[in-house]
Design a protein around this ligand. Structure first.
Ligand code: CA
Length: 225
């Protein structure tokens, strides 16, 4: 796939480019936030690997801008070890996934492959039609019977993750890590709260959900489409 790599540390950037090129990807590299953002806005990519700490424009702002312009493009954030406090976790929530430096080649490739499966070139998940409702993931709205309801980037992330793994149950911890960019048992309640809000937008009867169903003791599952 076509990958944009934005990393200011030259040796790391070259290493990532070599790694991804060797894995069969076409890679465009940028060394600062402004150049990276320009590249990402100019051309469509199937994945953006984005450093959090960047000169000229920080990775979070680049993430926000790319997310707004190209909501369907997965973003893999690179973060520094020790920066996993609440603030940073909150900041990286717009990304699809993140890896903490230093990471191994194997770890990075594994994440890239997972995200790549989520957005294959021929099968962009921009729209779902379910139970008389249209979920437009690119425009982040739900349309039903002439009414439009806006979705947040995180809600779009939840829908994408559940839909892509609809053959199995998705755990709260997994949603927390993969969509919210957080880890820890105590915060899984935040997932339940987010699902409750999302059900009000997606379900005909939020009290008896048929799209995102609860699996007792396990998590959530996507049941249609
Ligand atoms: Ca950096």
């Amino acid at each position: 796939m076509k990958v944009l790599v934005v990393e200011d540390e030259a040796s790391l950037r070259d290493g990532i480019v070599d790694l991804l090129t060797g894995d069969g990807h076409t890679v465009v590299a940028a060394g600062d936030g402004v150049t990276g953002l320009e590249a990402g806005l100019r051309d469509p990519f199937e994945l953006v690997v984005l450093d959090l700490m960047l000169p000229r424009r920080d990775g979070m702002e680049v993430c926000r801008r790319l997310r707004a312009a190209r909501p369907g493009t997965p973003i893999l954030m690179l973060t520094a070890r020790g920066s996993e406090d609440d603030k940073v976790r909150g900041l990286i929530e717009g990304a699809d996934d993140y890896v903490t430096k230093p990471f191994s080649a194997r770890e990075l490739l594994a994440r890239v492959r997972v995200l790549g499966r989520r957005a294959p070139a021929g099968e962009s998940l921009d729209e779902l039609v379910i139970e008389g409702m249209r979920v437009d993931l690119a425009r982040m709205v739900v349309e039903r019977e002439g009414t439009q309801t806006a979705l947040t980037p995180r809600e779009v992330g939840i829908v994408r993750w559940l839909y892509r793994h609809k053959e199995r149950v998705v755990t709260r911890a997994e949603l927390l890590e993969q969509v919210f960019g957080q880890r820890g048992d105590l915060q899984t309640r935040a997932v339940d709260m987010a699902i409750a809000v999302l059900r009000k937008k997606l379900e005909r009867d939020p009290a008896r959900p048929t799209v995102i169903v609860s699996v007792k003791g396990a998590g959530y599952a996507w049941r249609v489409g």
